[in-house]
Write a protein that binds this ligand. Structure first.
Ligand code: PAF
Length: 282
């Protein structure tokens, strides 16, 4: 499979595809360490744009805080290329840091009102980095479809707002969370978990399931749903809660009463690993 390293190469590839059949390309932005969740995004992209799918693999330094895991973030480039190829991706875009942030780069994107909510609150500057790199990727790829996972639901809200505000013309497609059989949401960071921590981590998906069943039973009050999730997380005393929130998925602002489409999200530290999970309520 072709590996493109520069913005110029990616743009040329995308324009050539557009010329040969009129359809635009699909982009699956990733930081590598690909797992079944990413595979599901690639499969959805291939179904929408067969023969026109670029998977970007770039561990973006600007979305990591000074005390976060940028240096130790798993880098599995060869296996990532194999997975992407197996799932039918057409090209990999794997730029260097200098290619994405040329010397003197001074332009960043701030999605006001959303960037400091949920994960953005606990990880100041994180969504500024995400929005900036995704804008660069969409612009380089001239993608008309971009695929993201619902697991990063706050990221989805930030990026949808950015795409709309900047009139980027890319349609964002959101694919469902992929889980292990025991419920743990797939994440590249799961590899950090010890066997004991992995067991503790299951409290997140249990909390989500508990909330879903309460909502199915008619409960709508935010305070009750949050309390129920807090009780489930408390079953694992070693786990440190970061947030439990019921919000409007578009604005990320809290809602008092759950409505269809509301986002219920949790984040917690398991050892040194911060994990997230969520559900979009019916
Ligand atoms: O979700 C991710 O893996 C990253 O935040 C993204 C969207 C690839 C930007 O670096």
């Amino acid at each position: 499979m072709q590996i493109l390293r520069t913005v110029e190469e990616l743009r040329a590839w995308s324009r050539a595809r557009r010329c040969d059949g009129g359809q635009g390309i699909a982009l699956v932005p990733t930081m590598g360490a690909l797992h079944e969740g990413h595979a599901s995004l690639i499969r959805a992209a291939v179904e929408a744009r067969p023969g026109r799918v670029a998977v970007s693999i770039f561990v973006n330094p600007t979305q990591f805080g000074p005390n976060e895991d940028f240096a130790k973030y798993p880098r599995t480039f060869k296996a990532d290329c194999e997975l992407a190829e197996r799932e039918g991706a057409t090209v990999i875009f794997a730029p260097s840091v200098e290619e994405m942030y040329p010397a003197g780069a001074a332009t960043f994107i701030e999605v006001e009102g959303l960037s400091d909510r949920l994960d953005g609150k606990s990880r100041p500057g994180h969504f500024r980095g995400v929005a900036t790199v995704v804008a660069k990727l969409l612009n380089a790829a001239e993608a008309d479809l971009a695929f993201f996972g619902q697991k990063d639901a706050a990221q989805v809200a930030v990026l949808r707002r950015m795409v709309a505000d900047l009139r980027l013309g890319t349609k964002t497609v959101v694919c469902p969370i992929v889980r292990e059989v025991d419920g743990l949401a797939l994440s590249s960071r799961n590899v950090y978990l010890s066997a004991e921590e992995r067991k503790q981590a299951l409290a997140l998906s249990r909390a989500i399931r508990r909330v879903e069943s309460l909502v199915a039973g008619g409960e709508r009050l935010s305070i009750r749903l949050m309390e129920a999730a807090r009780d489930v997380l408390a079953e694992e005393p070693a786990l440190r809660m970061d947030y439990i929130e019921l919000v409007d998925w578009e604005t990320l602002w809290p809602v008092l009463i759950a409505a269809p489409g509301s986002l219920f999200a949790v984040a917690a530290w398991v050892g040194n690993t911060r994990l997230i999970d969520n559900t979009i309520l019916q």
